[in-house]
Design a protein around this ligand. Structure first.
Ligand code: PEP
Ligand code: MG
Length: 761
C-alpha cells in the first residue's frame, strides 16, 4: 500500500493543475482501496454574502454532473460532519447515522460503507476526501491512514488553488457578489495598500511558470523550437568534448539519447501540439515534460524510474534557453507588491524601490529581519503566508493588510470598496503622523520618554532624521558585515560608524557589537548547527574570536573621537563571565588606542537583556554596566521557547505574554534601583500596545524602526503615565496574552487610536 501511496503522490505532484490532481486522486484511490466511490469536496469559506459550503470538486463513481453543483453547508450530511469535527468518520452503514443526508441525482443512494477524512492545512479544514462502498463495510485502520496521508498531501495544493483563483467560480457566476481570496499570514509591518503582485520566482523552475495569453501560436512555436534546437546543439558540442577527453563514456550514450529526443518524436510533438492548442511555450514545455516523466515514474524498474529526472533536467535546460529568449527588459507596475518564498533584503535591491508599496513573504514572522526592514521603510508587510502560488499571482491586483498579515487577491464588489476606504484612511493617517515629527514624546500628564531608532544600514539613517528620533538606540552592526564579502577591517568599520555618530552628533548612538549566528548568517563565515538559536551566536562567537571583537571595538572607539556620543552594547550576554571578559577586551582596546596617542573617551557600556539567565542575575549585571537594553525579540523567544522565525509556531509567539512582561518588569525594577538608564530596543517598543505597557513601567527610552516611531509618539501623547501604570498592573496579573491584547486594544480605541492597530477600526 505504501508503494501505491508513493505512486499516487508523485502523479498528483506532476498534475498540471488542481482539477487534474483531484481527478487523479479520485481515480487512483478508487482503484487502490477497491471502493465504488471516491470524491473530493472543497470548502468555500464564508463571506459576508454567503455561508461556507463544501462543494463537490471531483468524483469517481458518483454522477459527474454533481461536480461544481453539489453544495453542502457545514451542518449537512456526513461530509459536513467530517469537516465540523475535523477528524475521520468511518461507518459500516452510513444511512443509519443520524447525520446522513441523502443527495438526489448523484446516485448516492446505493452506498453503505463510508469513510471521510478532513483535508487540513495548518489547522484549517479545506475540504473532505470521501470513499464509499456499495456493500456494508467498515474500512480498516490501514485504509484510514492511507486516506489521511493522502489528504495531508492534497492540502497545500488546494490552498494554492484557492489563492490563485483556480477554484473560485463564484465571481464569474455571480458578478454582483463580493468576492476575494484571502491568504492569511502574520502581521509584519502595519498598513493597508493596493498594488500589483510581482512574484520573485526561482530562476529556473518548471513548476513555477507564469501563465500568459498567447497571441500567435506559430510565433510561440518558433521561439520554443529555437530553444529546443539550441539545447540540441549544446548537447552535440558536449558529446564532442567528452569523446575527445574520455572516449566513449556513459555520458556519451546519454547525450545521444537526449539529442534523439530533441530531434523530434513524442516529447517535441507533445510540446508542438500544446503550443498549437493555445498554450504558451513555457506551459507547453512544462506539461510535455510532466507527461513524459510521469510515464517513467510509473515504471517498476528503479533504473528506468531514475530516467524521469533526466527528462526534467532536459526540460530545465530548454527553459533556461527559453527565458533567455523571451525575457526583454522587465516592465515594472506602478505599485509593486513583492511576493516570494524566502525574501530577503537582497531581493529588494532588484526592483525599483520607489515603486515598492507592499511585501508578502511565505516564510518568517513579524520578528524576522525582513519584517524589521519593512517597518524601517514604512512599507506594509505580511509574513508567513504559506503556500502562495507565486507564478499564478503575477500581475494580479492584490491588497496587503499588514495589520492582520493578510494578502487579499482580486477583491471585487463592495469588499473592494471597503478595502479602498481603508487604504485611503491609512494614507491620511500617515500624513497626520508626519505632522508630529517636531512635537515632544510627552504624555498628557507631562512624562517624557526618549524615542530612538534602530538602524542596520546607513540607508536607514535618512528616515530616522525626518521622523524626529533623538538618538540611535540600536545599531545592528552585523548588517554592514552581512552585505560584504569578507570581514570589514578597522578603518572601513570606523568609517561606517562615524557616519552614524556624526549624523546624530550631540545625541546618543548605541552600537551593538557583532550579533551573528542564529538567523543572521555571514556568507563568508558559515556556521552549521542543529540548534543555531541556542548555539554559537552573538557575544559567544566573538569572545571565541577576540581578533574580530577587538577590531570592532577599536573601530567603534576610533569613530567616536571628538564626538563622544558612543554607547557599546553587548548582545546575548548570559553569564557574568561573558560580561567580565567582554569588558576586559574593551579596556584593552581603550588602552591600546590611548597608547597609540588617540584621544578616545570612555564609552558607556550596556548589555542586551535577552537571555533568561541575565534576567535572574539582573542585580549583578546592572552593577557592572552603565545602561541596560531589553531585547524583547530574543527574550520572548527564549522565555517562551518559541522560535521567533518559525511561522508554524508564530501565532504562539507573543511579547505581550504575561510571563514576558513579568521578566521585563523585574529588569526595569532592578535597573532603576541602581539608577541605570533602561532602553527597550526589541519590536515591542514599536508596537502601540507594547509601548503603553513600557510607558507604565517607566522605561527611559524606546528604540524602534523609523517607520514605527511616529505611531508610537502619537500613542504616548494620548495617554497619561498614570493610565499606563494602571494597564500595566492589569497586564502583569493577566493569565494569557489575549487578555492583555483585548484590554490594550480597547484602551487605544477609546482614545481614537484604533486605526494604529487595525486599519479603519
Ligand atoms: C532583540 O532580540 O530584541 C533585538 C533587538 O535584537 P535582534 O532582533 O537583532 O536579535
Ligand atoms: Mg536579539
Amino acid at each position: 500500500m505504501l508503494d501505491e501511496l508513493r505512486r499516487i503522490v508523485t502523479e498528483v505532484a506532476r498534475s498540471s493543475d488542481l482539477r487534474s490532481a483531484l481527478d487523479v486522486i479520485a481515480r487512483r484511490v478508487q482503484d487502490a482501496l477497491q471502493v465504488d466511490v471516491c470524491s473530493v469536496y472543497v470548502l468555500t469559506p464564508a463571506e459576508p454574502a454567503r455561508e461556507a459550503a463544501l462543494i463537490l470538486q471531483a468524483t469517481e463513481g458518483l454522477n459527474q454532473s454533481g461536480i461544481g453543483s453539489v453544495r453542502l453547508n457545514l451542518n449537512e450530511g456526513l461530509v459536513g460532519l467530517v469537516a465540523r469535527r475535523a477528524e475521520p468518520v468511518n461507518l459500516e452503514n452510513a444511512p443509519d447515522h443520524p447525520a446522513f443526508k441523502f443527495i438526489h441525482d448523484i446516485g448516492e443512494e446505493y452506498y453503505h460503507g463510508f469513510l471521510g477524512v478532513p483535508i487540513i492545512h495548518r489547522g484549517e479544514v479545506l475540504g473532505v476526501l470521501v470513499v464509499q462502498s456499495r456493500a456494508q463495510r467498515r474500512f480498516s485502520a490501514d485504509q484510514e491512514s492511507f486516506l489521511v496521508t493522502l489528504a495531508a498531501q492534497l492540502a497545500s495544493g488546494i490552498r494554492q488553488a484557492q489563492v490563485s483563483g483556480e477554484l473560485s467560480q463564484d465571481s464569474a457566476a455571480h458578478p454582483g457578489w463580493e468576492s476575494a481570496v484571502t491568504a492569511q499570514g502574520l502581521a509584519g509591518s502595519p498598513g493597508v495598500v493596493f498594488g500589483t503582485a510581482v512574484p520573485v520566482l526561482d530562476v529556473v523552475d518548471l513548476d513555477n511558470i507564469p501563465t500568459r495569453p498567447v497571441e500567435d501560436p506559430a510565433t510561440e512555436w518558433a521561439v520554443l523550437s529555437a530553444a529546443i534546437d539550441a539545447v540540441r546543439v549544446e548537447f552535440a558540442q558536449l558529446k564532442q568534448d567528452f569523446s575527445r577527453a574520455a572516449g566513449s563514456t556513459d555520458e556519451h550514450v546519454l547525450f545521444d539519447a537526449f539529442i534523439l529526443m530533441l530531434s523530434g518524436g513524442s516529447l517535441v510533438d507533445s510540446m508542438h501540439e500544446r503550443v498549437m492548442g493555445g498554450h504558451s511555450a513555457g506551459i507547453a514545455l512544462r506539461d510535455a515534460v510532466r507527461e513524459h516523466t510521469a510515464v517513467f515514474e510509473q515504471m517498476a524498474d528503479a533504473y528506468l524510474r531514475e530516467r524521469a529526472q533526466d527528462i526534467r533536467d532536459l526540460g530545465n535546460r530548454i527553459l533556461i534557453k527559453l527565458q533567455a529568449r523571451t525575457q526583454g527588459p522587465r516592465q515594472w507596475p506602478e505599485r509593486i507588491v513583492l511576493i516570494g518564498h524566502d525574501l530577503s533584503a537582497s531581493h529588494l535591491a532588484e526592483i525599483p524601490t520607489e515603486r515598492l508599496v507592499g511585501i508578502v513573504s511565505s516564510s518568517g514572522s513579524g520578528s524576522s529581519h525582513l519584517a524589521i526592514l519593512a517597518r524601517a521603510l514604512g512599507i506594509p508587510a505580511a509574513m508567513g503566508v504559506a503556500d502562495l502560488p507565486l507564478a499564478r499571482l503575477d500581475g494580479q491586483e492584490v491588497v496587503v493588510d499588514g495589520y492582520r498579515g493578510w494578502l487579499i487577491v482580486r477583491p471585487t464588489g463592495s469588499y473592494r470598496q471597503e478595502l479602498l476606504r481603508l487604504a485611503r484612511e491609512e494614507a491620511a493617517l500617515t500624513a497626520e503622523l508626519a505632522s508630529l515629527s517636531d512635537e515632544p514624546a510627552q504624555t498628557l500628564d507631562g512624562v517624557r520618554i526618549g524615542l530612538h531608532v534602530n538602524i542596520g544600514l546607513l540607508a536607514d539613517m535618512a528616515p530616522s532624521r525626518t521622523v524626529g528620533a533623538e538618538g540611535i538606540g540600536l545599531y545592528r552592526t552585523e548588517v554592514p558585515f552581512q552585505i560584504r564579502k569578507q570581514f570589514p577591517g578597522e578603518a572601513e568599520q570606523a568609517h561606517i560608524y562615524r557616519e552614524a555618530m556624526e549624523t546624530f552628533r550631540g545625541q546618543p548612538v548605541v552600537l551593538r557589537t557583532l550579533d551573528v549566528g542564529g538567523d543572521k548568517p555571514l556568507s563568508y563565515f558559515p556556521i552549521k548547527e542543529d540548534n543555531p538559536f541556542l548555539g554559537w551566536r552573538g557575544i559567544r562567537l566573538v569572545l571565541d574570536h577576540p581578533e574580530i571583537f577587538l577590531t570592532q571595538i577599536r573601530a567603534m572607539l576610533r569613530a567616536s573621537i571628538g564626538l563622544d556620543n558612543l554607547g557599546i552594547l553587548l548582545p546575548m550576554i548570559g553569564s557574568i563571565d561573558e560580561l567580565t571578559t567582554a569588558r576586559e577586551y574593551i579596556d584593552q582596546a581603550l588602552t591600546e588606542l590611548r597608547e597609540e596617542g588617540e584621544p578616545v573617551a570612555t564609552p558607556r557600556i550596556g548589555v542586551m537583556i535577552e537571555v533568561p539567565s541575565a534576567v535572574y542575575q539582573i542585580d549583578l549585571i546592572t552593577e557592572m554596566v552603565d545602561f541596560l537594553s531589553i531585547g524583547t525579540n530574543d527574550l520572548t523567544q527564549y522565555i517562551l521557547a518559541i522560535d521567533r522565525n518559525n511561522e508554524r509556531v508564530a501565532s504562539r509567539y507573543d511579547a505581550l505574554h504575561p510571563a514576558v512582561l513579568r521578566a521585563i518588569n523585574e529588569v526595569v525594577d532592578a535597573g532603576h534601583l541602581l539608577g541605570r538608564e533602561i532602553t527597550v530596543c526589541g519590536e515591542l517598543a514599536g508596537d502601540p500596545m507594547g509601548a503603553i505597557l513600557l510607558l507604565g513601567l517607566g522605561v527611559d527610552v524606546l528604540s524602534m524602526s523609523a517607520g514605527s516611531l511616529p505611531r508610537i509618539k502619537w500613542v504616548i501623547r494620548r495617554f497619561t503615565a498614570a493610565d499606563a501604570r494602571h494597564y500595566l498592573s492589569q497586564a502583569l496579573a493577566a493569565r494569557r496574552p489575549q487578555e492583555v491584547r483585548r484590554m490594550l486594544y480597547d484602551a487605544l480605541v477609546e482614545r481614537g487610536l484604533g486605526g494604529l492597530v487595525r486599519a479603519g477600526a
